[in-house]
Design a protein around this ligand. Structure first.
Ligand code: AMP
Ligand code: ZN
Length: 486
């Protein structure tokens, strides 16, 4: 489209980078599996949405009209990816003695707060699973005869009824990860529930009538239904974390194939989406990513410790989305420092009006940026090109700003809206005010000028006790930062 480089995206279906060719010329339709809202998202989950956001921004940058859908899973996701265990939301509601609807609303809003804090753009629609139960029933009814069978516990999808089941996972039908036969009577271990009946004598908070009895939809059904309804089969790109490549997405694909066959859509091997993309995991050695551990890694924890949330976005951008990324506080600190350096360089352009981006010195960098981001979203390289453009000397500030704004529209750092004060976040529990800090530092400057180093050290110690680290000779020129008070 508008830029020279051709967009290539790695398709998990073929395990190859492929030239992006939209189903509808000039448009890009993307579906992203959203969070299960039974608890706060951890920062690993948020990596999946930073990735999907960079993908969406890249498609916009390349000139496509983007329609992006992210769903909210408020029903159907079990504690176990095999068909055993409880519904995650039912379990959380029982444990907290709250209504499931309140739980879902609370955690959906918390997720949206994280989305905003990370500069993730709003999708065209947040599709909420429970709003689509009638459509799920229609979908299930249309494939039930040919592709499903009923057991006491629910309606199951027979994976042998579609071609090449599990090709996304590259697993022979019965040996894929997590394929443990846990439900009595299933024909194949990989068969999965598309409708789960409420066991006799039990009552669930969320249940609906169906031709197979009162119950709730299986988790995989919702994504097939919402993506098909909102984007139309086939659509362009479906995204999720790498774990979804093993079970959730193969099952969605199987349902989509069944649906397309039975509903006269003329592509029998139709996978629903043409390209399936998966981000690798954020990993953490001490297990703090697990939502069951007390202090788990939520974005709010990073903020409470004094890190700006965009330092985490920066950390994600520094790694390619298909590489595993290891979280550490040192790594986060380094990402924050990098963000500060970038901000300081951008401050020089604060007064400049964005002008004509086609400056001869900047054009090669714009091309390099385009080439990097078009190469399966190579954000680590794109970031360095962005920094090269920032550092470029003797170019018209207006042209430079225009180029940087175009690049930042893809990276999503919101650089020209950020200030030093934003990045100097106050960790939870600090009480000292900025004015007090500035006063103390001014006094310290005076006593140092008078060579009274004992008083200077005392002031420094007092500040340290209030959580302020004085950084003499800080090459970044920030001079002080707030730490969590001891
Ligand atoms: P969930 O709320 O469990 O359905 O997960 C939301 C999204 O986060 C899904 O796309 C998962 O594949 C993804 N995900 C889960 N854990 C991680 C992780 N540690 N790193 C990156 N993505 C993850
Ligand atoms: Zn999904």
């Amino acid at each position: 489209m508008s830029d020279a480089a051709q967009l290539k995206l790695f398709n998990s279906l073929t395990r190859e980078p492929e030239l992006f060719e939209p189903v509808h010329p000039g448009e890009a339709r993307v579906y992203t599996c959203g969070p299960t809202v039974y608890n706060y998202p951890h920062i690993g989950n948020m990596r999946a949405y930073v990735f999907a956001d960079v993908l969406g921004r890249t498609l916009s940058f390349k000139g496509y009209k983007l329609t992006h859908i992210i769903n909210i899973t408020d029903v159907g996701h079990l504690t176990d990816d095999a068909d055993a265990g409880e519904d995650k939301l039912e379990k959380a509601a029982a444990e907290k003695a709250q209504s499931i609807w309140d739980i879902a609303r609370h955690y959906t809003e918390a997720y949206w707060d994280d989305i905003k804090a990370l500069n993730i753009r709003q999708p065209a629609e947040w599709s909420i699973a429970t709003d689509y139960v009638p459509q799920m029933l229609e979908f299930a009814k249309s494939i039930a005869d040919k592709h499903c069978y009923e057991l006491d516990s629910g309606l199951y999808f027979d994976v042998s009824t579609v071609d090449d089941y599990g090709r996304l996972a590259r697993a022979a039908t019965d040996e894929g990860e997590g394929r443990i036969e846990k439900v009595e009577g299933k024909r194949h271990a990989a068969d999965f529930a598309i409708w789960r009946k409420t066991p006799p004598g039990e009552k669930r908070q969320m249940e609906w009538d169906s031709p197979w009895g009162r119950g709730a939809p299986g988790w995989h059904l919702e994504c097939s239904v919402m993506s098909g309804k909102l984007l139309g089969f086939p659509f362009d790109i479906h995204t999720g974390g790498i774990d979804h490549r093993e079970i959730h997405h193969p099952n969605e694909i199987a349902q989509n194939q069944a649906f397309c066959c039975t509903n006269g859509l003329d592509v029998p091997a139709n996978s629903g989406a043409r390209v399936w993309m998966h981000n690798n995991f954020l990993v953490e050695r001490s297990g703090k990513m697990s939502k069951s551990s007390g202090e788990f890694l939520r974005l709010q924890l990073l903020i409470d410790k004094g890190y700006h949330p965009l330092a985490y976005r920066m950390m994600c951008l520094q790694a390619h989305y298909r590489s595993e990324l290891e979280f550490s506080w040192e790594g986060l600190g380094a990402a924050l420092t990098r963000l500060k350096r970038i901000l300081m360089a951008a401050e020089r352009l604060a007064e400049a009006e964005a002008g004509d981006a086609s400056h001869p010195k900047l054009a090669p960098l714009m091309d390099k940026f385009d080439a990097a981001i078009s190469d399966d979203l190579n954000t680590p390289v794109a970031l360095t090109v962005f920094e090269d453009a920032l550092a470029m000397k003797k170019v018209d500030p207006g042209a430079k700003r225009a180029v940087l704004e175009r690049m930042d529209a893809v990276l999503g750092l919101g650089l020209f809206d950020l200030t030093r004060a934003d990045l100097r976040l106050r960790p939870k529990g600090t009480t000292i005010s900025e004015a007090e800090i500035e006063d103390a530092l001014a006094r310290r400057k005076e006593v140092r000028a008078a060579k009274d180093f004992a008083t200077s050290d005392a002031i420094r110690d007092e500040l340290a006790a209030s959580g302020v680290e004085v950084m003499d000779g800080d090459p970044l020129g920030w001079e002080w930062k707030l730490e969590s008070p001891a």
